[in-house]
Every structure is written in C-alpha cells, then in structure tokens.
Design a protein around this ligand. Sequence first.
Ligand code: BGC
Length: 332
Amino acid sequence: MTGTLLKAGPMTVTIGVDIGGTKIAGGLVDLDGMVLARARRDTPARSSDGIVVAIIEVVGDLIVAAREAGLTAPAAVGLGAAGLVDETRSIVRFAPNVDWLEEPLGPQVAAGCGLPVVVENDANAAAWGEFRYGAGRGAHTAVCVTVGTGIGGGIIHQDRLVRGSYGMAGEFGHVVRVPEGRLCGCGKRGCWEQYASGNALLRVARELAAERRSEAGILLALGDGTPEGVTGQQVTVAAREGDPVALDAFALIGDNLGSGLADVAALLDPEVFVIGGGVSEAGDLLLIPARAAFEANLVARDHRPIARVVSAELGNDAGLVGAADLARDLTA
Ligand code: BGC
C-alpha cells in the first residue's frame, strides 16, 4: 500500500462510496483501482437524511486520510446507490430496499462535502469496477449481477456502461420470475431478488432450519439457537462447515440465481457474468449450483458458446472502485 501511496499524483485520487441496504462503504481509490484508505458506516435504512449524513462522514474521513497520507485532495466523489438513479446521475428516483424517493443525493452530498459528486446505480458501479479492474477485464460485453440485500444488474456492452434512456437499465432484480409470488420491496410480486438475493438466502435458511432443526445443529449453534436468530454471515460459515441445511439453502438460492442468469443471457448474450455483492463472497457455495442451473436453462445450449459465470475479483469493493472511477468523468 505504501508503494501505491507514493505513486498517486495530482488528480489521480477519487472517492468511491457504495451505499447498500446494510452498509455504506467508502474508499480512496487511485488510477490503478487500488483502494488506498477505507471508511464505513452502517446504513440508517429508514432515514434518508441519516444516509446523507453518513455518506458525508465517510467522505470526510477519506479526505482526512488523503491529507494524512500526503496526497493531493481527492478530486471528486462517485456514489454507488442501491436504487434507480436518473439520467442526470444525481437523483435516486426510487429504491426498493432503502428509504429513497426522488432523493437529490448528488446535490446534497456535494453541498456537504464541497466536492463534485456523481451518482450511479450500485450494480452499474460494480459492473464498471469489474470491467475496468476485475473479472470483466478484456471482455467487451459483460454482465455483473450483485447478490446482496437485493439483486442488482450492470451491463457493459461494447466497452460501455449501458444506462438506458432514463438511467435505469439493468434492474434485473425486478424481473418477475414467479407470477403472483412473494411481495417485493418494489411493490410487485415474484421479483428475482425475492428468490436469489442475500435476503432470500437468509429467509430460506431460517425456514429450513425451523423445519429440520435436528439437521441444522451447526447453523443454530452459531446464533442464539433459534432459526430467527440466524444471520446471513452465519449461513455462509455453517455451509462451509458442512451444515446440511445451510448447504441446501445455498443450493436453492444458487439454482434460482443460475436459472435467472439464463434468462439474462437470452436477452443480452454476454461473454461473462460477474457475480458480486456480499453473498458472492461465499464463492463456490453459490457459484457451483448457479453455473449448473445456468447451463441447464440456457436456450440452445448445445449450439452456442456458454458464457463464463465467475466471482467478482474485487469482491465487495467492486462498487466503490467503479464509483470512484466513474467520478473521474467529473475531473476530465
Ligand atoms: C435495486 C437496484 C439495486 C439492487 C442492488 C435492487 O433492489 O432495485 O437498483 O442495484 O437492489 O442493491
């Protein structure tokens, strides 16, 4: 890290902040996509004002970190927001899992921190981060699917981020996969994110643990002993330790993820799917069943190249690294 700090020069450092349903993670990022310093806060999910305050604090911490490291002050801020961002890249129009409605996030954060701010959908930012610096490098057409509180999507087509006409392309999490299915935070029923997100994983693990308590010993022992006391992280830990219930929860969520990827491939035919977000840190627990279901459901699978399905190389940093890089647009 010290070497990177020495290399960073004027205008080369920007701030990226990934604002998710559970945490706000910021980083000071250089031209090589290296994260030189970090700051984070929990997301005050039911308070849009609280979120703005927390973002400004994260940015403030990173400005101080840059100063302490002897770097030129960061030139701009990129925010990756878990919601539908308008085409001017400043307003979050709507967010299914965060308390945002017509939220002027860009101007509010800019006023609070005194730097130019660009707002991007969190999964778009992650897709861009992976395309520039991670698992999507070298691909010209890539799709990033983030599996966290919800499901996000980012599309790279011919080396460009696809935003759509109104800034809202790639909302894969809200494609209906189960007609009349579970109620989604967006108000519709049966959305993909109700079946293949981190929230879905936790729900399924709790349900299975309640039905099969005697098999869920490892999982239940990690929490307070009740199915409701189980956390998402614990499902991953238990699955790694061989808990059959946690493994079945991953198998089901991976299956739902992979069959949905086949639908995305029918629409976009990417070279590679990069799977990011917090749940992707479970690696093969998620990816092996996802790949199997993807291939099983892919249209004309014996007559086409099969897209790779890989983990985000930048892991959970993809969103903040991508947002920081997109903020360079403001400094050009
Ligand atoms: C939102 C997306 C977001 C995704 C991941 C979805 O519920 O609609 O905008 O990218 O969650 O955070």
